[in-house]
Design a protein around this ligand. Structure first.
Ligand code: PAF
Length: 273
């Protein structure tokens, strides 16, 4: 992978990178399009990273349709797919990790212990292999994007990190590889996540700025759906991910909701005025 990248770098081409865990959907293809806007050649990695799963069953059940993924990459004009094995990424004796800071401690970090340490470690390794000039990440994983941005800055990686808005189904459900694990009834119910976040936006527009009230209303929307189990809904500062008490400046509403054994996350940037 590094030789391939080096050849393009020496020829003066910019290398764009989209790291993924496969099960590619339109959201990933939007990341590929964005990467192409910033570079001359585009690499997609497909690697289901065991380090970032806190629950073994979730890792085992994560979809791995590699043939479909390769076809989707070819159709999208991706220049190279990097799909290392777990044995190549983490050979016996592997022991070095990238430890993220406080940004990774709340929300996803709190509910999925070790998750972001797994993400930063694998992303650092993928960056070392792909040697991109620019890497594109989805804003659906807003905290991941912030943690990776921080890592690139703190470790002087010299890689431009670009965030891409969430791609949604027509009913509002954010695209995610996990959506394909939902049964038909769960899929229909899952729309409640974006609806709850929109309810926050709507209440804010009507003048409610108290985050506790806004969050309670969103929780009620989710609780009204029998197939949904709310894990958390919060309003935070989009830079620090610390809780916001009064929404009087741009803030981020985030939710994590379970449908059976499938955990979905989504977020919405709230603008004021
Ligand atoms: O967002 C993902 O798919 C993963 O967390 C990533 C960035 C590919 C690291 O494994």
């Amino acid at each position: 992978m590094r030789d391939w990248s080096e050849r393009h770098r020496l020829a003066g081409r910019r290398v764009g990178f989209v790291p993924t865990m496969g099960a590619l959907h339109e959201g990933h293809l939007a990341l590929v399009d964005e990467a192409r806007r910033h570079s001359d050649v585009v690499v997609v990695s497909v690697f289901v990273n065991p380090l970032q799963f806190d629950v073994r069953a979730d890792f085992d059940r994560y979809p791995r349709p590699i043939d479909d993924d390769l076809r989707a990459c070819a159709d999208a004009g991706v220049d190279a797919v990097y799909a290392p094995t777990a044995a190549a990424m983490y050979p016996p004796g592997f022991q070095t990790h990238v430890e993220p800071g406080p940004l990774a401690e709340r929300l996803e970090g709190e509910h999925r212990p070790g998750h972001f340490r797994g993400v930063t470690t694998v992303v650092a390794k993928l960056f070392a292999a792909v040697r991109p000039h620019v890497a594109v990440f989805g804003q659906k994983d807003a905290q991941q994007l912030a943690v990776v941005r921080r890592m690139a800055l703190d470790l002087d990686l010299g890689i431009e990190i670009v965030g891409m808005p969430t791609v949604r189904e027509p009913d509002g459900l954010a695209l995610s590889s996990r959506n394909r694990r939902l049964g038909p009834e769960q899929r229909a119910a899952a729309v409640v996540v974006s609806r709850a976040l929109r309810s926050i936006e709507e209440s804010l527009r009507q003048g409610t700025t108290d985050a506790t009230v806004l969050v309670r209303r969103a929780a009620e929307v989710i609780d009204a759906e029998p197939l949904a189990r709310l894990e958390h809904v919060e309003i935070v500062d989009p830079d620090t991910f610390e809780p916001v008490h009064t929404v009087d400046r741009p803030s981020l509403a985030l939710a994590a909701v379970w449908f059976g054994e499938v955990r979905l996350i989504d977020n919405l940037l709230l603008s004021t005025g």
